[in-house]
Design a protein around this ligand. Structure first.
Ligand code: SF4
Length: 379
């Protein structure tokens, strides 16, 4: 993949470039402003401290979609809020629900950056008779990594999302649950469009907001970050002391095979990746999930299973086996069910815990990028 000076690979994990900023408005998006930033804004606007608390309520509890609706704030302060940044920035373009209503997918338009259309997908999945309500959130509009079996990867990359845009996705889907008189979002997984560890400042800022007890209050153990394996980002997570779960998209037990599926793996080979994962496992004292998409004739043989078990032997790992969800433009297909079960059994016999995960909501194109790809195909 060619990189440009603005490529997220070259700007890997830049520190401190995603915070609230000054400019046309003070904030890129109000949802990424923490309590201290709101307090400072109220103070500089000549308001008393309790106005910052009221503003927090409007943003994170009542979820106002316009500053003009914050009726208990003085008009002058409402105007200052309106001029200070976006309260809401995602426009709903499309939405699909599965036949049983337990999975739904949204396509949002985010403000274009540099004239580039930015469309993002978010998925809501309700499981275990409603006990688990998971949002799969996007961290980028598109993705630069080009994994061959991924609809998003085939569409290319528009831009990173801001923390506020990530938070807004979850709030919008949480609002949908509330409208259906259901409890709120219980889990968040960064498994939508984009590589979260290449936009780590925004991801960490958003995740902290999800965990904030004055907002959604989701336990860190119910927040998962999924990556193709960016060692520098994994090390930053290890050093940051956060307790989020980590899922690594492995998809191959050998470097050469992995590079054919994940071109970016050339940049991040197994040795530095597993060194970083060891550091994360030591810091977080927990298993790491390895995602493995099974593709018939590619990575699903007995040899692949044995090599995968050897690779992960002794590592605090569990493996999620995912029969490939076919996408237009990639000829791969999932193996037969018996082969999938045999693959799992080989891992388990060798001491590596493994489960078979069936993608929910296949008819709504729940794999990331499919809704946007379908829309482009129709337009
Ligand atoms: S699988 Fe993830 S990292 Fe790979 S192209 Fe798709 S969104 Fe990007």
């Amino acid at each position: 993949m060619a990189t440009t000076p603005d490529s997220p690979i070259l700007s890997l994990c830049k520190a401190g470039d995603d915070g609230p900023r000054r400019g046309a408005g003070r904030f890129r998006h109000w949802l990424e402003a923490d309590r201290e930033a709101l307090a400072a804004f109220a103070r500089e606007s000549g308001e008393q401290a309790y106005r910052a608390r009221q503003l927090w309520e409007w943003l994170h509890v009542k979820r106002a979609d316009d500053a003009g609706k914050m009726h208990n704030l003085p008009a002058s302060f409402r105007e200052a809020v309106r001029g200070g940044g976006a309260v809401r920035s995602l426009a709903e373009l499309d939405r699909r629900s599965s036949w049983d209503g337990l999975a739904a997918k949204w396509l949002f338009a985010a403000p274009a950056g540099g004239g580039t259309a930015a469309e993002v997908e978010s998925v809501l999945i309700v499981e275990k008779r409603g006990e688990r309500r998971t949002v799969c959130v996007s961290s980028m509009a598109g993705c630069p990594l080009g994994c061959v079996f991924c609809a998003t990867g085939r569409l290319g990359y528009a831009r990173d999302l801001s923390a506020g845009e990530i938070i807004e996705q979850v709030y919008r889907l949480d609002n949908h649950l509330a409208a259906d008189s259901l409890p709120g979002v219980s889990h968040v997984v960064f498994m939508g469009m984009g590589e979260p560890l290449l936009n780590l400042d925004a991801v960490l800022r958003a995740a902290a907001m999800f965990a904030n007890p004055d907002g959604l209050g989701i336990s860190g153990r119910r927040i998962a970050i999924s990556t193709v394996g960016v060692p520098e980002g994994i090390l930053r997570l290890a050093e940051s002391g956060v307790n989020y779960r980590l899922a690594v998209s492995l998809h191959a037990p050998r470097q050469a095979l992995r590079e054919t599926l994940i071109p970016a793996a050339r940049r991040w080979p197994f040795d530095p990746l597993f060194n970083a994962l060891s550091a994360f496992a030591a810091s977080a004292s927990r298993d790491i999930s390895f995602e493995y998409s099974l593709i018939a004739g590619v990575n699903a043989s007995r040899r692949d299973a044995v090599e995968l078990a050897d690779l992960l032997s002794g590592f605090p790992a569990k493996v999620n086996l995912i029969p490939l969800n076919p996408i237009p433009g990639y000829a791969g297909t999932p193996p037969p069910g018996a082969q999938v079960r045999r693959f799992r059994d080989i891992l388990e016999e060798r001491g590596v815990p493994a489960t078979i995960r069936v993608e929910k909501g296949a008819e709504i194109g729940a794999a990331c990028g499919q809704l946007r790809a379908g829309r482009i195909g129709r337009s």
